[in-house]
Write a protein that binds this ligand. Structure first.
Ligand code: HEC
Ligand SMILES: [Cu+2]
Length: 369
């Protein structure tokens, strides 16, 4: 038996025929993915949906083509080089050592492919995550087991989500209790709703209509209700032509102001502010305030100003309503809300706060120095 001599392996005609067949199958799969009627199953309601579908087509096409080649060759080689009858059981197969040319190409090709994939994905991700200015800022908040939405200058939370066609939207997503997940299939956008954390999307609605919202994270017994298909809390996003959106917005702003006035009168009683528990306040802050307020400096604005030093900042001796920054006056803002140049600070009822909650929150805000 000749030793230490590289055997010459010829790829015969059969191999090239198999390769050609696999190539044709791969091409068919690529054409299928380029053509696949995704939008007849799920419409593309925002600009990002088109980009995400393009990425999906690219990934699915390249994945399927690779799958066909890899599985095809595994099958072919295991048949072509199987042990033939008559070969001794302990026979040793052909020993192949380095092949620099082959190794060079099988390193380079996947590297280039992965880099292309990364650039393609990152560009889309960047567009989803990074805010251009002058967008409509909407917040979606998960609850057990429904969603509410906040709009600039609208008091409290509303139950329906309306968006104007063609206007850029910044959507902040958070939760008031447990982790939910916010998914609008027609937008191809999904994010966890986490108490105390805000996930953000940027997109522009491009297609009018009513689209379903689905909670995709098991969030308790009635998780299944957080789906448009249910009759209890049907959750939809409506993409309206600008004029219809404007009239919905105007009506909602009016209705919400009315609702909160009624509650405001009931809650303007004086509070005793001593005995607050900062740790309870911190928890409340994470759950109910952090969607709009950072625990950072005043200029670190989310919807409202950052609240570090709200009671202890020589640069801001007064609160946004012009009153002195005292615990009593902060409590007053928490009770009554305040509408100023930045937007609407919701009142006690809209934020779902008990009097004790306010006392704890003020105690917590005092610790933010
Ligand atoms: C929907 C968003 C939103 C939520 C939720 C919210 N705030 Fe505000 N808050 C605002 C806005 C907007 C302002 C500023 C109003 C203005 O001046 O235009 C504000 C102002 C304030 C101020 C006055 C700050 C200053 O420097 O004068 C305090 C204090 C405050 N909020 C505390 C809270 C606390 C505590 C919570 C949680 C219970 C909370 N806010 C929840 C939007 C919000
Ligand atoms: Cu949920």
């Amino acid at each position: 038996m000749p030793e230490n001599r590289d055997p010459v392996v010829h790829l015969d005609r059969q191999f090239w025929i198999v390769t050609a067949v696999l190539g044709v199958l791969a091409l068919i799969s690529i054409f299928w993915w380029v053509w696949a009627p995704i939008t007849s199953i799920m419409p593309e309601a925002v600009d990002k949906a088109q980009q995400i579908d393009a990425l999906f087509r690219f990934l699915a096409a390249s994945g399927t083509a690779l799958f066909i080649f890899i599985c095809g060759y595994i099958l072919y080689f295991s048949l072509a080089f199987r042990r033939h009858a008559g070969t001794p059981e302990n026979a040793v197969g052909i020993q192949i050592h380095d092949n620099n040319k082959l190794e060079f190409w099988w390193t380079l090709a996947p590297t280039v492919f992965v880099v292309i994939m990364a650039i393609f994905s990152l560009r889309i991700w960047y567009g989803i995550e990074v805010a251009p200015s002058n967008t409509l800022v909407v917040e979606a908040i998960g609850h057990q087991w429904y969603y509410t939405f906040r709009y600039p200058n609208v008091n409290g939370e509303v139950k329906e989500m309306h968006l104007p066609l063609g206007q850029a939207v910044t959507l902040h997503v958070t939760s008031s209790d447990v982790i939910h997940s916010f998914w609008i299939p027609a937008m191809r956008l999904k994010a966890d709703m986490v108490p105390g954390l805000i996930n953000t999307f940027e997109f522009t609605p491009t297609r009018q209509g009513r689209y379903e919202i689905i909670c995709t994270e098991f969030c308790g017994l009635n998780h299944g209700l957080m789906h448009s298909g249910t009759t209890v809390n049907p959750a939809y996003v409506y993409i309206d032509p600008p004029a219809r959106y404007a009239s919905w917005y105007a009506r909602t702003e009016r209705e919400q102001i009315h609702a909160s006035n009624a509650i405001e009168a009931a809650s303007t009683s004086e509070l005793k502010l001593n005995g607050g528990e900062p740790r309870d306040g911190a928890k409340l802050f994470a759950a109910k305030c952090s969607a709009c307020h950072a625990a950072g400096p005043f200029d670190q604005k989310i919807v409202g100003p950052g609240l570090r030093g709200v009671l202890d900042d020589p640069a801001h001796p007064n609160l946004v309503d012009g009153d002195k920054a005292t615990p009593e006056n902060v409590a007053k803002i928490l009770q009554n809300g305040f509408k100023g140049s930045m937007g609407q600070m919701p009142n006690q009822a809209a934020n779902g706060l008990s009097n004790k909650d306010i006392v704890n929150l003020v105690a917590y805000l005092k610790t933010l120095k």
